[in-house]
Design a protein around this ligand. Structure first.
Ligand code: NAP
Length: 279
């Protein structure tokens, strides 16, 4: 069964389940396994791959470059510029360096990794230049809370933002109260990073109880929970083949009202606004 898809604000269609790459490319002896994991994920339909210039100082982009060699048209590449590189000229240079490491002529979605000292308008201008030259397809942001998004949307071309990537998992669900409904109302997809709580949720006993009813794993329950509503794209990172397969199957898991109630009891929904969490 093909993975369900969602649309970016530009209309581009992407699968709701992709693959993360943080901590890939750090060790030469793991390179082949990481490339193989990403390739398996692509074969299983998780064709959206999230990376960043920051990860392993470009090493993760090199892993992605190897994994997508010969299959560029099958994948949707997301990468990110560091805030320290987000000025008008440095953004262009950073993007070109990422393109070279990725071995491609286009990044499909290019994100500002988090807000830094450079005025947002300047970064947006650089993103629009990159878009006009075809070096990126769309641009977006990461680690932006509601106020940051409002500031962005008020800028010329700010409403072209294609997605916002933020921390979202059962142990960090503050955005259920504000940012997630805010983005849904405006049709701006939310990319959920660390959807497995960096692996902790895969070992959670409360999720294991829910998983047992579905002959599933706690990791699959955590991912299915993240994907329970519209407009969310989850990007778990897996460098082991069995984890990649497990994650792909999570998209087919439907949680019942009983499951959701049990999960809410273990991981209570937010009642009060909290600042956006990030790692
Ligand atoms: P994560 O995806 O929540 O968890 C990754 C960990 O879970 C790895 O140790 C992985 O092990 C393990 N795992 C994966 N699938 C599993 C399964 N089915 N069962 C058991 N364990 C499993 O954490 P993350 O890497 O922090 O987040 C995902 C991606 O989001 C990142 O890789 C990155 O692309 C992005 N991200 C973005 C930001 C940002 O600021 N924008 C910040 C953090 C992360 P193995 O690798 O051994 O398979």
């Amino acid at each position: 069964m093909p993975l369900p898809t969602t649309s970016l604000t530009s209309g581009a269609s992407v699968p709701v389940l992709g693959q993360g790459t943080w901590k890939m490319g750090e060790r030469r002896e793991r390179f082949a396994e990481e490339v193989a994991a990403l390739r398996l994920g692509i074969e299983l339909g998780m064709t959206l791959i999230d990376t960043a210039e920051m990860y392993a100082s470009g090493g993760a982009e090199r892993v992605v470059g190897e994994a997508i060699a010969g299959r560029r048209d099958d994948v949707f590449i997301v990468s990110k510029v560091l805030p320290s590189n987000a000025s008008r000229a440095a953004t262009i240079r950073a993007c070109e360096a990422s393109l070279s490491r990725l071995g491609t002529e286009r990044i499909d979605l290019y994100l500002l990794h988090w807000r830094g000292g450079v005025p947002l308008a300047e970064t947006v201008e650089a993103f629009e230049t990159l878009k006009s030259s075809g070096k990126i397809g769309d641009w977006g942001v990461s680690n932006f809370d509601v106020e940051d998004m409002e500031e962005l949307m008020a800028l010329t071309a700010g409403s072209a933002v294609a997605a916002n990537q933020v921390l979202y998992h059962l142990g960090a669900r503050g955005i259920d109260l504000d940012l997630l409904p805010w983005q849904r109302k405006r049709g701006i997809p939310l990319m959920a990073y660390s959807p497995l709580g960096e692996g902790d949720l895969a070992r959670n006993s409360r999720l294991a109880a829910v998983a047992e009813r579905h002959a599933a794993t706690p990791a699959q329950v955590a991912l299915a929970w993240t994907l329970r509503g519209d407009g969310v794209i989850a990007i778990p990172k897996a460098s082991r083949a069995e984890h990649v397969r497990d994650n792909r199957a999570a998209a087919d898991l439907r949680l019942t009202a009983e499951d959701i109630a049990e999960i809410d009891a273990a991981f209570p929904p937010p009642h009060r606004k909290k600042p956006l969490e990030m790692i």
